[in-house]
Design a protein around this ligand. Sequence first.
Ligand code: SF4
Length: 361
Amino acid sequence: MLPPLPRFQKRLLAWYDSHRRDLPWRLPRDAAPGQKLDPYHVLVSEAMLQQTQVATVIPYFHRFLARFPTIESLAAADEQDVLRLWQGLGYYSRARNLHAAARKVVADHSGQLPPTRDALLSLPGIGRYTAGAVASIAFDQRVPILDGNVARVLCRLDAITSDPRSPKTQSLLWRRAEEILPPKRPGNFNSAVMELGALICTPRSPQCLLCPVREHCQAFESALQYKIPAPRAAKPTPLLRRATYCIQHPRHPDRYLIEQRPANGRWANMWQFITVEKGSSPAVSLRLSNTRFLTSVRHALTHRRYEFDVYKAHATSDKFTTDPARPRTWTALDDLSQFPLPRPHLKIAAILRGSHAHSAR
Ligand code: SF4
């Protein structure tokens, strides 16, 4: 028979108080009594942490808040500035949604993030997890959260062997995440479950001997901790092939033609070197000479992979046609930082810089 729930809650919170990481979006350990988190900081951190590791997020979080210290400043920002600060973090719809949410909060809520889950859910891009995280962590509402870490911990605690991503198991886990919430400090408790999943109850090597809630864990009791959760059946991810043309200006060899991506879809509104599906020609209405293959750049996302065959070519004139919906411009490599570029194109820019440095020697 497992020990009672209040003991589980108390132990986990005590462990969190003494073992949690100091992270810039959390209150410092020496915070004055009654000191509160800024809900906007919680929202930004939660948007950045989706699909992204803590160590990667920290410098982005600092830079983002230095540039947009308040939700009003984010709401007033140009989308290109927001994307530039997000550049390299990936999953750019998070940045666009965060920006849209800030605008709605300023327009409809006088710049104050609403404290309830339901009101948070009405903001662009805020789903059940983020609404629960902001409501509980920033406003101490007794609202559950369920992300990958929480799901793994709950599956192990209850020895749930079904696929945690299946809809049936998801609804069971959401219910359990709510049932185990204590009446006091629900935000810290949610953070504690996630922290346990990140530090102790890790995917491949749970450190059960260090675990503060070992005596509440059915997987540990049955020696199932390495079998739960069941590994995901590997699905082949599609490979999308692209050809990227790095077109050099006829008179300024450090300048290249870049284009803005469409307003919808992956990397929306970001900039790139001229890119087409592999096998198509670059529709730039420019005569190109000396086109040569440089390298291939690969980029893997959760559900698809990309392969960019990169070519370098000289334009024989600097005049090109452009579609108003897809602006194009010549830019020097040193000025590329003014444009938000997806990660594969950042890599291509680095390769071009390397080749220029090499030829300048
Ligand atoms: Fe995870 Fe092991 Fe703790 Fe159970 S005892 S919650 S499997 S770390």
